[in-house]
Design a protein around this ligand. Structure first.
Ligand code: PLP
Length: 376
């Protein structure tokens, strides 16, 4: 049996997405900037895709720019706003995706000031600390919507209000939450939103950035006039159309119910385990569990031998031996952080797969604890 529970790292491309992508690669393959018919049909498709993404956020089409993915969107948002405003201060959290965290660290080396807000043990940012950290020189606040490791969902509405009241921009990385937790840009005071297709059964290498009309932002790459000048380069029309198709097909289905079965099953069947992140405000497809007295890497490899794909922390850090910065920011002891596994479901996950995973885990954990160097 093959069970893919690493949808937080990437997802299977939906066959219906693959079909439209293929069409725009092999039939309507023109450059959207050309004025002949090939160019016209590519341009039409691109603008339809832009409309679909805009509608999903209750935004206007001119507020959506296509990028190569979440990482690029985060970089354009943060660096582009700093460049346009001339301000020198950024506020973020200790629990961001590396696309934001490493960008902020790089900017610090260039002389920018960064405030890293702490988070509580469930993964929520303290709003009072946020408010206290904002100064006249704060260009933007960047807080992840749903964390990619533990799935905790922040209150965008409240954060947005604080930012607006203090005259600073609010950027959120919504790559994990997109199409799972609705965002209405007419109701929530968020100015920039990063999105990516490959976490929602779209192709890799295409994403988008929502840029609220009227905000100050400059291009960080130089080139052509594409994407309102904010993201020069020939548009990835096939990718954009595939992304839009993935948005149209997105639904949460059984994910939340299966996630709860997985969490409850593990906590009940396997002793010395606990859930990381909030139980109530949690992404519908995320379960992050600590298995005490065992190494996460060992669990991943033993489950893999049984056909089950899961991960320790995020894909970006799973090759390093450092404990997850997210779990340690939440106050986990390093040894507990090392024994933590992220399970991320998709709309294709079945009840049989969940039962099989719980059973396999029980065997793997029992065996690993028998040979554990931690003496349990
Ligand atoms: C995957 C991910 C990214 C990176 O997106 P890419 O499209 O792979 O560049 C950024 N932020 C979060 C929260 C993610 O989960």
């Amino acid at each position: 049996m093959k069970v893919y529970l690493d949808n937080g790292a990437t997802t299977m491309v939906d066959v219906n997405v693959a079909k439209v992508v293929q069409h725009y690669m092999t039939n309507d393959y023109g450059n959207a900037g050309s004025i002949h018919q090939f160019g016209e049909s590519a341009k039409d498709a691109l603008e339809k895709a832009r409309n679909t993404i805009a509608k999903s956020l209750n935004a206007n089409a001119t507020e959506i720019i296509f990028t190569s993915g979440g990482t690029e969107s985060d970089n354009i948002a943060i660096r582009g706003v700093l460049k346009a405003t001339g301000k020198k201060h950024i506020i973020t959290s200790r629990f961001e995706h590396h696309a934001v965290l490493k960008t902020c660290e790089a900017l610090e080396k260039k002389g920018y000031k960064v405030t890293y807000l702490g988070i509580d043990k469930e993964g929520f940012v303290n709003l009072k600390h946020l408010e206290d950290a904002i100064t006249k020189d704060t260009a933007l606040v960047s807080i992840i919507h749903a964390n990619n490791e533990v799935g905790t969902i922040q209150d965008l509405k409240k954060i947005g209000e604080i930012c607006r009241n203090h005259d600073t921009y609010f950027h959120t990385d919504a790559v994990q939450s997109y199409t799972k937790v609705p965002i209405d840009t007419k109701k929530i005071k968020v100015d920039l939103i990063s999105l990516s297709a490959h976490k929602i059964h779209g192709p890799k290498g295409i994403g988008a950035l929502y840029v609220r009309k009227g905000i100050k932002i400059k291009n960080i790459f130089d080139g052509g006039e594409q994407e309102f000048g904010l993201r020069p380069g020939t548009e990835n029309v096939a990718g954009a159309v595939g992304f839009a198709k993935a948005v149209e097909l997105a639904k949460t289905g059984n994910m939340e119910w299966l996630r709860d079965r997985l969490i409850d099953g593990i906590l009940k069947e396997i002793p010395d385990t606990f859930l990381n992140g909030s139980r109530g405000n949690r992404l519908c497809n995320n379960a992050n569990i600590t298995f005490k007295y065992v190494e996460g890497e060992a669990i991943v490899l033993h489950l893999s031998a049984k056909g089950i794909a899961v991960s320790t922390g995020s894909a970006c850090t799973s090759h390093s031996l450092k404990p997850s910065h997210v779990l340690t920011a939440m106050g986990l002891k390093p040894e507990d952080a090392h024994g933590s596994i992220r399970f991320t479901l998709s709309r294709f996950t079945t009840p049989v797969e969940i039962s099989y995973t719980i059973k396999a885990l029980k065997e793997v954990i029992t065996n690993l604890r028998r040979i554990s160097p931690f003496g349990k």
